[in-house]
Design a protein around this ligand. Sequence first.
Ligand SMILES: Nc1ncnc2c1ncn2[C@@H]1O[C@H](COP(=O)(O)OP(=O)(O)OP(=O)(O)O)[C@@H](O)[C@H]1O
Length: 291
Amino acid sequence: MSSNSPSPAVTGPTPGAASDTRPETTARKAISLSGVSQRYGSGASAVTAVGPVDLDVTEGEFLVLVGASGCGKSTLLRLIAGFEPPTAGEVLVGGAAPVPGVTSGVVFQQPRLFPWRTVGGNIDLALKYARVPRSERPARRDELLARVGLTDTADRRIWEISGGQQQRVAIARALAAETSLLLLDEPFAALDALTRETLQEDVRSVSADLGRINVFVTHSAEEAAFLGSRIVVLTSRPGTVALDLASPIPRMGVTADEVRDSPEYTVLRTQIATAVKEAAVAGTSAGGARS
Ligand SMILES: Nc1ncnc2c1ncn2[C@@H]1O[C@H](COP(=O)(O)OP(=O)(O)OP(=O)(O)O)[C@@H](O)[C@H]1O
């Protein structure tokens, strides 16, 4: 990224139209949250972490959930993954209740790989769990590793590669199952700034290529503005929708530097950062309009 480069105007769909480039018939609802709340514990110590939240996400959207620490972002992601059912309301993915490990691939802040296996071995295992026929696995493994820039590390052990490379393996593993959803919970939070930026660029281009739904959790306004086709800012706990924005920045045909140097990105990043601050202060008093 060059600080001397000009700031090109990145032109794309108007706000609210980020997912409208596809034919109407294919833009069907893929994630549907209706009146979703999640409460933990009971009695005096009970905590309502999230809700009520109503949200519909369509195919090809890259949804970023952003908000202050503890506002319920991870809880919402876990509900979409199907790791736990909501205490109120309904979560549907493709019209049915989500099934962990089947409906979505998930990437966590820590890569959670099998350290005694090689990089390729971790992907092989994911392909096996995804019931990819044994004869097809080597080609699929090579394709996935190429996609995340790890072709040369297939035979290395997990402990022999860097944290950023480990997170790339985790992304390749999550892509192995070819689920329609990829859920990422602050996947780059533990990485240094430069590695984080590189991985953000990779995730942005991989997601544009694959056209799956991505739901990405972060507390960073920069990350949200760079990655999201749609950005939802949550209020402080219990997390509800404070702001629902469509990004004006196109998904394809622009480089990472063009995005980061564009006035649209600067405006969006500021808008998100301001909304996160206001939502954290105001709690549920913030509005819920999609602009
Ligand atoms: N299993 C649980 N049992 C009890 N409370 C929980 C549980 N999971 C989350 N919480 C509480 O719910 C609230 C929301 O937590 P969550 O992890 O979803 O927030 P977050 O926005 O992802 O936070 P962070 O950005 O710090 O990771 C917090 O107050 C948290 O302590």
